[in-house]
Write a protein that binds this ligand. Structure first.
Ligand code: ADP
Length: 483
């Protein structure tokens, strides 16, 4: 390991300077593996948030008027630096978040891919000329940056959820104020170190570390300089932020919770479906918004599927993410462990069978073992709530229409998955699922090139892909008369 400490910062980043809180307050960042303190970072509040917003506004005037090519060049530098220092960044990510190092390295590459993609997309934000309604007029559109953007991000992908927002924002000509989650501010600060190295001008990226998300969130959503909020997190907080944004009519992008169904039809390749569940359920110990939440298995293959799945899940090695060969790291905190415990207790009390796992892990602390629950039904909490952890609930079904209705019967609509070899069914079910994303015969759908986002209460807007940059652009219509 080279010197990761170069990227481990104990100051926030505003207007190109590393700063403390005005009142000197700090808060601790802890390692979820053993709850040891890693470092303390500034606990900023409203005043410092206003400073960051004003800095972003000042920087905007120059940044938005630079050429797209200039911005792309700086973003490509940032991309290269993120890859050059992937090991150091991954190490810090695992320290503060707990995920296995191999997954952290994957996240750093995934996070970098958004920077490269949007560096390229920023040069292609074309306007249009429109056939005019009058012979003495010309009708055209241009695209312009929305302005100062606030990004509020979660702890489950401390790097990629930030790059996915700041890369399109910067490429479009916007400047940003980022408020990372209080449990994982270190990866955000490490991005600021990279931005400094890349020569991104002061004020273009600002990072507010805080243990007072409500206070900072209120300023970000009410300050009229901020023109857009991009949020990834729970549906509950997303709704609060949308309400707060209403007063100043900000644009919003919301990437919220999910309750992903995973359907295994009787014509599925069972081994691939097992692999798909492992990929979509246990990544990041189940702590992603696209993680499988409910596994519907056709009655005729239920026993075989459940047997094979338990065999594979039994092989997943649980432990300190920093060590080699670990598949399941700790959960983010003790609250998450007790939430999962309660889900298992509630389900068992209502007749579910614990096929594997379920009990507290002998490693103690924030560990929860990979768990499979059989015969799960609709009245159980585990069926209705976003699990955000390593519990895989199995539900029996018999008919296609019935399982589509069950899958859709939730306020959420982010990711969904199914396995089938029947091509007609592949179309029918893909079209029938009320979700923003459908994985067919795969449990891995996240990629920079595809539009990521949800319908219903899972969100508004899309991230990644050619659509991602549109969230940071306004269309301006220009009518030239008197010709
Ligand atoms: P999770 O349950 O995954 O922690 P949250 O939605 O609570 O999801 O958190 C996601 C992000 O939203 C974090 O950065 C957190 O600090 C922030 N957050 C939580 N509550 C608020 C709020 N009232 N205003 C602004 N940000 C908030």
């Amino acid at each position: 390991m080279r010197d990761y400490k170069r990227f481990l910062k104990e100051k926030a980043y505003i207007n190109g300077k590393w700063v403390s809180a005005q009142n000197g307050k700090t808060f601790e960042v802890r390692n979820p593996f053993n709850n040891d303190k890693i470092i303390e970072v500034p606990d900023l509040g409203k005043e410092e948030t206003i400073q960051a917003i004003v800095s972003a506004k000042v920087a905007l005037e120059k940044w938005k008027n630079e050429t797209a090519e200039y911005r792309a060049r700086l973003l490509k530098k940032l991309f290269n630096l993120q890859l050059d220092f992937a090991d150091e960044l991954a190490y810090i990510l695992t320290l503060e978040q707990g995920k296995p190092l191999s997954e952290a390295q994957g996240e750093i590459k995934y996070g970098a891919s958004f920077i490269e993609w949007f560096a390229e997309e920023g040069r292609r934000t074309y306007g249009e000329t429109i056939p005019s309604n009058a012979s003495d007029k010309r009708v055209l559109t241009i695209k312009q940056p929305v302005g100062v953007v606030a990004a509020i991000t979660p702890w489950n992908f401390p790097n990629a959820m930030i790059t996915r927002k700041i890369a399109p924002a910067l490429a479009a000509g916007c400047t940003v104020v980022v408020k990372p989650a209080e449990s994982t501010p270190l990866s955000a600060l490490a991005i600021a170190v990279l931005a400094e190295m890349a020569g991104i001008p002061k004020g273009v990226i600002n990072i507010i570390t805080t243990n007072k998300p409500i206070e900072v969130g209120e300023e970000l959503t009410s300050n009229s300089i901020v023109k857009k909020i991009s949020f990834t997190g729970s549906t509950h907080v997303g709704k609060i932020l949308m309400k707060q944004c209403a007063e100043t009519v900000k644009k919003v992008s919301m990437e919220l919770g999910g309750n992903a169904p995973f359907i295994v039809f009787n014509d599925a390749d069972i081994d691939s479906a097992v692999e798909g569940v492992i990929a979509s359920k246990f990544r990041n110990s189940g702590q992603t918004c696209v993680c499988t939440n409910r596994i519907f298995v056709h009655d005729s293959i239920y026993d075989e599927f459940s047997y094979k799945l338990s065999k594979e899940v039994g092989k997943l090695k649980i432990g300190n993410g920093i060590e080699q060969g670990i598949a399941i790291g700790p959960l983010i905190n003790e609250k998450a462990v007790s939430f999962l415990n309660n889900l298992v207790e509630d389900a068992s009390g209502k007749g579910a069978e614990v096929i594997i796992g379920g009990n507290l892990n002998k490693l103690g602390g924030n560990f929860f073992p990979p768990t499979i629950l059989g015969n799960v039904s609709e009245e159980m909490d585990v069926y209705n709530k976003e699990i955000f952890g390593s519990i895989a609930p199995l539900i029996r079904f018999t008919k296609e229409e019935e399982v589509i209705a069950m899958a859709n019967n939730t306020p959420y609509g982010l990711a969904s998955y199914f396995f089938s070899k029947d091509y007609a069914r592949v179309w029918r079910v893909s079209e029938g699922l009320d979700y923003g994303m459908v994985g067919v015969n795969t449990g891995k759908i996240s990629t920079t090139v595809a539009p990521f986002g949800g319908v219903k209460e899972s969100g508004i807007g899309r991230e990644g892909s050619k659509y991602g940059i549109e969230e940071y652009l306004e269309i301006k219509y220009i009518c030239i008369g008197g010709l």
